[in-house]
Design a protein around this ligand. Structure first.
Ligand code: FMN
Length: 346
């Protein structure tokens, strides 16, 4: 059995796999299922004060597409390459009920050497700050603050997609000043400035930065000539992994190895967790793959990661940033005269 434990700032995790937030961690049973699968932590489904966020969940839709952009069934047997398109909302629970459930789950998680992490999506900052205080008072041990949802341009005022480092500083500082527990900040991937957004979050007191939120897409259906699911969608899948790893590696280079990064977007199995850690992640969140395939996806991921580390005779912590730290510049690449000719068809 390889050593899987990692640290994220002040927090020791028994392993780097975190069940990320989506619909399967709305209900207590879903969170407990993930905890029982052995994950280092679970981030519960996010909340904020907006009724429209709850309304959007009841209007949410989900689809999988194959490589010909044809819809395929949403089942655990779907191919690993399935493209995922969704329109989601926030938890349907009232804040008090969500808080009580999450605090109870975190107490239960503690007995399993794990965490149930509260998740807030910013809409009105004063209300976010007030909810963050209540989360700390309820005994929760970690808060993840999501300021990088894909949907702000489509759902104005309901959720945040923060693109300006100055705003990230302002928001994170306000929450940081209100609470003492570890504050993890989840940022958008819809930016050329992901490392700058991460730098702003760390400078304002984030203990870890989760990168990077999903992108928006628009997929016309050639038969009906309508957009699939009627509108712009949050898109994801295995193909996102290289983008996540790019942002991790350049952020590590810009911010240094001591700033804990957490990966999200595109992890499907244990080797993907290793890939994201080699790119600089201290821990990895897996969300949609678990929503689609259930908690067996989490156990299988832990088994595969363990087998990989045994094979390499390494610990999980040894992986962090190894590939990122070997990343060279284009100018360092050796001369390959006329190499390009081998890659032109015909
Ligand atoms: C249907 C759905 C609902 C989601 N809900 C939340 C949420 O409530 N809070 C949050 O921070 N992220 C949410 N996410 C984003 C995921 O946590 C994750 O960052 C994203 O899906 C990329 O990672 P993945 O490839 O592992 O799914 C949601 C994603 C999906 C697909």
């Amino acid at each position: 059995m390889a050593r899987l434990d990692v640290t994220v700032g002040r927090t020791a995790l028994k392993n780097p796999l975190i069940a990320g937030a989506a619909e399967h961690v709305i209900e207590a049973g879903g969170v407990l299922g993930a905890l029982r699968a052995g994950v280092g932590a679970v981030v519960v489904k996010s909340i904020n004060e907006m009724e429209r966020g709850k309304d959007q969940l009841q209007r949410a839709e989900y689809m999988l597409l194959d490589d010909q952009w044809r819809e395929i069934p949403w089942t655990p047997q779907a191919p690993a390459t399935a493209f995922m398109a969704t329109r989601s909302g926030l938890t349907p629970q009232a804040f008090d009920a969500w808080l009580e459930q999450t605090a109870q789950l975190d107490r239960e998680a503690k007995t399993m050497d794990s965490y149930a992490i509260a998740s807030l999506i910013v809409a009105d900052l004063d209300k976010t700050v007030a909810m963050a205080r209540q989360i700390e008072q309820a005994g929760l041990r970690i808060l993840e603050l999501n300021i990088g949802t894909p949907y702000a341009s489509q759902a104005k005022g309901v959720v945040a997609t923060e693109l300006d480092p100055a705003r990230v500083t302002m928001i994170v500082s306000a929450v940081r000043q209100a609470i003492k527990i570890p504050l993890w900040v989840k940022i958008t991937g819809q930016s050329e400035r992901v490392p700058d957004l991460a730098a702003a979050a760390f400078a304002a007191g984030a203990e870890a930065v989760v990168m990077a939120g999903r992108l928006l897409g628009f997929i016309p259906d050639v038969e009906t000539m309508q957009p699939f699911l009627g509108t712009t969608l949050g898109v994801g899948g295995y193909w996102n992994l290289p983008l996540t790893c790019h942002w991790l590696s350049v952020s590590r280079q810009q911010l240094g190895p001591d700033k804990p990064l957490i990966a999200t977007n595109g992890a499907r199995n244990g080797l993907d967790v290793a890939r994201m850690m080699l790119a600089g992640a201290h821990a990895v969140e897996m969300a949609s793959n678990v929503m689609l395939r259930g908690t067996p996806a989490l156990s299988a991921t832990l088994e595969e990661l363990n087998a990989y580390l045994d094979r390499k005779n390494m610990t999980a912590a040894d992986l962090v940033g190894r590939a990122a730290d070997q990343r060279k510049t284009f100018a360092d690449m050796p001369l390959r005269t006329d190499n390009w000719k081998k890659y032109v068809a015909g």
